[in-house]
Design a protein. Structure first.
Length: 145
């Protein structure tokens, strides 16, 4: 009778660990989604500001990708996005109209990121398709000032 609870615990432990890892994994995915959403918004805001000369497409994309990394005084940059497996790289794409007409033209920035976590990788292994939940993107659009 005394060993029954130990057997039940041994049976339930893997399930509880998967649920716990899923909660942590989902929380990290939400954090990274918020990070790339903010990166897209910050880049669009910097690009639409009324100033001369206007920010170029390359500069706007640089602002978006820089938002995803630390800004150390010296040494290598480290990503602010969090992943438990693999690397974390943000990529940005800006769509700049030509010519730019204030209050009419719109600037669009899309920041893409692929999350790689243990539960996401497990889902990919089970379903047979790579990174079912991993790829995410955020798009921000604003009119020029």
């Amino acid at each position: 009778m005394r060993g029954v609870s130990a057997v039940e615990f041994a049976i339930l432990l893997p399930l509880l660990l998967v649920i716990f890892a899923g909660i942590v994994d989902f929380g990290l995915m939400l954090y990274n989604k918020a990070m790339i959403t903010n990166a897209a918004r910050e880049a669009v805001r910097a690009g639409i500001m009324a100033r001369e000369p206007r920010a170029t497409k390359a500069k706007i994309e640089e602002i978006a990708t820089d938002y995803c990394y630390t800004r150390p005084a010296s040494g290598p940059r480290t990503p602010l996005t969090i992943t438990l497996i693999g690397s974390s790289v943000c990529t940005a794409t800006a769509t700049v109209p030509n010519p730019i007409a204030s209050l009419v033209s719109e600037l669009t920035v899309t920041v893409s990121y692929t999350y790689q976590g243990p539960v996401v990788s497990l889902m990919a292994l089970i379903t047979g398709s790579p990174l079912v939940l991993g790829p995410m993107a955020s798009t921000a659009t604003m009119k020029y000032e």
